[in-house]
Design a protein around this ligand. Structure first.
Ligand code: ADP
Length: 490
């Protein structure tokens, strides 16, 4: 399938350290498969602790030069990277679909948002400024400057093989940091293609290094290193907490974008068709494998039956199949374990009284897709809070519908989780919109809208969903520290 990539030089299987493509120190590799069929599509170098140390050395050595370039110089390089990535849209989208399984149209959507991060930070790069304070001593002046934090380690997940990378690497490079990126072992190919384009764009050797491989060995080495001054992570809450604890020893800065358990509230005055379309888009995007997917849908009593019917009809129209087939609107999950987790949540819900209105099992697909990691899009009505699907992130195409009676109950239910990433609700009432948006304990709220991600808006969560914000005018600060300079002029 990788033969469909036109620029053959974008298909890379080695690690990228100090501007060179390198094998693992012990020569080992790991397979990358196509989730639509389970077939191996590439074997990539499986880098280890010693390779990680080489990458840290390269990033440390490159830091003085990169950080001392003018913002305009860095912006120019980022802009060139943006242009080259933009020109490779179809190839990168193909690689993404082949390794992650997502439908090609979704890969193109991710591409658009991923490349926008590079453009945005190429622009924001020029707008890092300090302050001159009103002095309290006539013979002294007080200034504030912002400086790059140093070597940054970025660890990214498989569900967005491109955009999770650009939203970390672009601001880090814009700020003047150098980067060691560890992509997810199941989707390293997109990251490696982006590195190749970065190299062509003139990102200097050592400024951007990619080390896929043994997650724990790489993670431990990055965490233990005193040279690494910041960790940017998107992934599970479990691993995020490990990294957060590990970062304490060397007092690294951390940004964590962890799990979500997004509520989606449909009030009885909502535009039912718009809410039904919105919830299906949100819950089934990337086969339910995004941290901001609607995970728990709360529907007000008076419209519950009508809404359930509307949603079920829309879900029946989803077309499940391989991502490269243009008619597919729903792809496979990432692996067998993911399929089993969804089935476990559905079985648990049914055992506790939920009704499957559509789906509820693995689909019946022809060869070779019967070997892929598919689960049929599923809607569960009569869901209740004692079910696993209320408490845990399903990360798959199963959508539970809970019933509520009034605003207070909806807010309580929505906030009844340790997570706090994204929340959505649909209503036409202005007062209700404001009141509910304020009371939802979440980092991001979509009101009558589900497509909330944008390079101009701050992305991130509260509670166990994480720390820090990506994108927006706030995103660069994550990679800068504040230095106060006092000058005696008396
Ligand atoms: P998911 O369940 O979505 O795969 P993970 O948190 O396991 O989420 O993975 C997100 C990223 O974290 C991946 O790049 C993965 O390889 C990496 N990772 C997993 N375990 C560790 C670890 N112990 N230390 C550092 N990174 C890790």
């Amino acid at each position: 399938l990788l033969n469909k990539v036109h620029d053959k030089d974008l298909v890379k299987t080695l690690g990228f350290i100090n501007g060179e493509w390198v094998s693992a120190s012990d020569g080992s590799t790991i397979p990358v498969d196509n989730p639509a069929t389970g077939e191996v599509i590439a074997n990539v170098a499986c880098l280890k602790a010693s390779d990680t140390k080489s990458a840290i050395a390269a990033a440390s050595a490159a830091f003085p030069l990169w950080s001392s370039k003018t913002a305009k110089e860095r912006s120019t390089v980022l802009r060139r990277w943006y242009d080259l990535v933009l020109a490779a849209q179809d190839d990168i989208s193909t690689i993404m679909t082949v390794e992650s399984g997502k439908p090609f149209a979704e890969s193109k959507g991710e591409f658009t948002s991923g490349v926008a991060s590079i453009e945005w930070f190429a622009e924001e790069c020029r707008r890092v400024t300090g302050d001159i304070l009103q002095t309290v001593h006539k013979d002294r002046r007080m200034l504030v400057v912002k400086q790059p934090v140093g070597v940054v380690a970025a660890i990214t997940p498989w569900n967005f093989p491109m955009s999770m990378i650009t939203r970390k690497v672009a601001p880090a490079l814009a700020a003047g940091c150098t980067v060691i990126l560890k992509p997810a072992e199941s989707t390293p190919l997109t990251a490696l293609a982006l590195a190749e384009l970065g190299h062509r764009a003139g990102i200097p050797n050592g400024v951007l290094n990619i080390i896929q491989g043994d997650a724990k060995a790489i993670g431990d080495t990055l965490i233990e290193s005193d040279s690494v001054r910041k960790i940017g992570f998107t992934g599970s809450t479990r691993v995020g907490k490990l990294l957060f604890a590990g970062a304490a020893d060397t007092v690294k800065r951390v940004s964590l974008e962890l799990g979500g358990n997004a509520p989606f509230i449909v009030f009885d005055d909502a535009d039912i068709d718009a809410a039904a379309a919105g919830v299906v888009t949100s819950a089934f995007r990337n086969a339910g494998q995004t941290c901001i997917c609607a995970n728990r849908v709360f529907v007000q009593d008076g419209i519950y039956d009508e809404f359930t019917k509307a949603v079920t009809e829309k879900v029946k129209k989803l077309k499940q199949g391989p991502g490269l087939d243009p008619s597919s609107t729903l792809g496979p999950l990432i692996n067998t374990a993911a399929v089993e987790r969804v089935q476990g949540h559905v079985d648990d819900a049914v055992a506790k009284g939920a009704t499957v209105t559509v789906g509820g099992s693995k689909p019946d697909l022809p060869e070779p897709y019967n070997k892929g990691f598919f689960y049929a899009p599923t809607v569960l009505s009569n869901a209740t809070i004692d079910m696993k699907i209320f408490r845990e992130e399903t990360f798959g195409p199963a959508m539970p519908l809970f019933r509520f009676h009034n605003d207070e109950e909806a807010i309580q239910l929505a906030n009844n989780t340790e997570y706090g990433l994204a929340a959505y609700f649909f209503t036409k009432d202005l007062k209700r919109s404001w009141q509910v948006a304020e009371r939802l304990e979440y980092g991001m709220v979509g009101v009558n809208e589900v497509a909330i991600t944008s390079e101009v808006a701050p992305f991130g969560g509260i509670k166990h969903s994480g720390l820090g914000r990506e994108h927006s005018k706030y995103g660069l600060d994550e990679f800068l520290y504040i230095k106060y300079i006092q000058m005696g002029i008396g």
